[in-house]
Design a binder for this molecule. Structure first.
Ligand code: SF4
Length: 183
């Protein structure tokens, strides 16, 4: 039977950059530089739902972690991720290998080793101080909200996965390290 039984979970935009906030794309469609060698090595992919596209749409603004860190979003994320957890449990119980999950560093939701915080929000009118808002932005060494929820669900279900990250600001530099581990 032709199947590798090796599966990787991917943040949605690694397979479909169209989900990202406008202007953030670093490739045209799929992140081929990373995914092509993995495909050739026989990995199958599970595409995680994009939490931002689903909750806020394609015309959303870029946001910071604080803006997604509400109980409502966390509950929505749990609902999106539970069907993925059920699939992982079924694969695991049937001898498949879940080789890891690749998230997106810098994202307020899919960040793994770093995410973005800041004092953002409010009405954008003629008193709005863009410079002040942008200068409040900082990179912090935390997961994004969606990945926090996902990792909690993995733990609760005794699913032990390796978690990797592509850096949103410089995706190419992340590829070498991820491929070194997975190939
Ligand atoms: S990083 Fe996560 S939230 Fe942002 S576009 Fe990709 S999948 Fe969606």
């Amino acid at each position: 039977m032709l199947r590798s039984k090796q599966i990787l979970l991917l943040s949605h935009c690694l397979l479909n950059v169209n989900a990202k906030v406008y202007k953030l794309a670093n490739y045209e469609g799929c992140f081929e530089t990373l995914l092509s060698p993995l495909m050739k090595d026989g990995y199958g992919f599970i595409q995680l739902p994009c939490p931002e596209l689903i909750t806020c749409g394609v015309n959303r603004w870029g946001q910071v972690k604080e803006q997604y860190e509400t109980e409502f979003f966390k509950e929505q994320y749990k609902s999106l991720l539970k069907p993925i957890i059920y699939q992982l449990l079924d694969y695991k119980n049937n001898g498949y290998t879940i080789s890891g999950c690749i998230g997106i560093d810098g994202s307020p939701n899919c960040g793994i080793t770093k995410t973005t915080r800041g004092k953002w929000g409010g009405e954008i009118d003629d008193t709005f101080n863009l410079e002040e808002t942008l200068s409040s932005t900082r990179s912090v060494n935390e997961k994004g909200v969606y990945m926090e929820v996902f990792c909690e669900l993995l733990d609760k279900n005794n699913l032990d996965l390796k978690i990797y990250a592509v850096d949103e600001a410089d995706p190419i530099s992340s590829v070498k390290n991820i491929l070194k581990e997975l190939l």
